[in-house]
Design a binder for this molecule. Structure first.
Ligand SMILES: *[C@@H]1O[C@H](CO)[C@@H](O)[C@H](O)[C@H]1NC(C)=O
Ligand SMILES: *[C@@H]1O[C@H](CO)[C@@H](O)[C@H](O)[C@H]1NC(C)=O
Ligand SMILES: [Zn+2]
Length: 307
């Protein structure tokens, strides 16, 4: 009798714990809260099982330098606006209503900004979606753009190059980043899912590194990192991270999922490259190459001294 009961018991647990319903991050999954974790997103939308998915791990020594990846042109990124920040149940998102665009850097068109949102870890722990040589940063900013002539994202997503997302990493710093105070202080007002609040005026330029620090980036063809996972995204992932203090990073873990649990570890795991090439801009990996140059000079000097 007992020999029979155990497998039945296990089988019923298995059924209870297999995700049904809405998609979620791995951190949200409990037997009580049934949801589809990233490994099951292909059952939410078959695109999520596609061959050009995001995020990816960028292996820098396998990237190919592309001289066409010149600095991007940012238009109206300096403009201050009074945005609304919203807890949408899986991130915090700010809509961009004024016309601000990116172009150049081998993008096939001019793209206008629609919204930006973030992906983060637990109390400042690993939380970025993209990783560089296996390193996961504490947070990642995505600024979502679509080709300027489209009027809605759905239409843009039907174009294989319709969407351009800029990705920025964050790094822990010893001092608070004052430019982020409007965002950080607003988080306390949007802890509950679907809550929103208005931001003090901010510009997108104040949230990202200065333009001279945006010349090093990676480029590849990928997808949205949440369902429907549409493969219509030209990704630009910048090398220079944005500094935030530990307290500022931790403030994001005060946000709650709809069930009241802390909204943490809101990232999709990295996806297979499936033969895709990742390109790097002319000046990506400048730190590594200048170190090599320095070593070469030192060696040459050392050799000449002995001659
Ligand atoms: C913000 O929340 C209010 C209700 O509190 C709602 O009426 C409004 O549409 C929301 N705005 C956005 C942008 O979600
Ligand atoms: C990039 O930013 C760092 C600080 O994060 C700064 O030390 C460095 O000088 C900047 N590099 C350039 C090329 O401006
Ligand atoms: Zn994102």
């Amino acid at each position: 009798m007992q020999q029979l009961i155990l497998p039945i018991l296990l089988a019923s647990f298995w059924t209870v714990c297999t995700g049904t319903g809405d998609w979620c991050y791995q951190s949200q999954f409990t037997c009580e809260h049934q949801c589809k974790v990233p490994d099951e997103w292909s059952h939410v939308n078959s695109n999520c099982g596609g061959k050009q998915q995001s995020p990816i791990n960028i292996v820098t020594r396998k990237t190919l330098k592309d001289e066409n990846l010149t600095p991007l042109q940012f238009t109206n990124y300096q403009q201050s606006f009074k945005g609304t920040i919203k807890n949408n149940g899986h991130s915090v998102q700010v809509g961009v209503s004024h016309l601000s665009t990116i172009s150049g850097g081998d993008l096939p068109a001019v793209y206008k900004a629609l919204q930006f949102h973030l992906h983060w870890g637990n109390n400042g722990g690993p939380g970025s979606e993209h990783t560089i040589d296996g390193e996961q940063y504490p947070m990642e900013l995505h600024i979502v753009h679509m080709k300027q002539h489209y009027t809605d994202l759905t239409t843009a997503l039907a174009d294989p190059e319709g969407v351009a997302v800029l990705g920025f990493f964050y790094e822990k710093s010893n001092s608070a980043n004052r430019k982020y105070e409007p965002i950080i202080s607003a988080l306390q007002s949007i802890k509950a899912t679907n809550a929103n609040t208005s931001l003090l005026p901010i510009s997108m330029a104040q949230l990202i590194p200065s333009e001279k620090n945006l010349t090093s980036y990676y480029r590849y063809k990928g997808s949205l990192t949440t369902p429907g996972c549409t493969e219509s995204v030209i990704w630009t992932v910048f090398e220079t991270p944005i500094p935030l203090s530990m307290d500022q990073l931790k403030a994001f873990s005060d946000i709650k999922f709809h069930d009241g649990k802390p909204m943490v570890r809101t990232f999709r795991p990295v996806q297979p490259l499936n033969g895709r090439q990742v390109f790097r801009s002319g000046s990506a990996m400048t730190l590594a190459s200048s170190a090599l140059l320095g070593a070469a000079i030192t060696m040459a000097l050392g050799l000449s001294q002995h001659n």
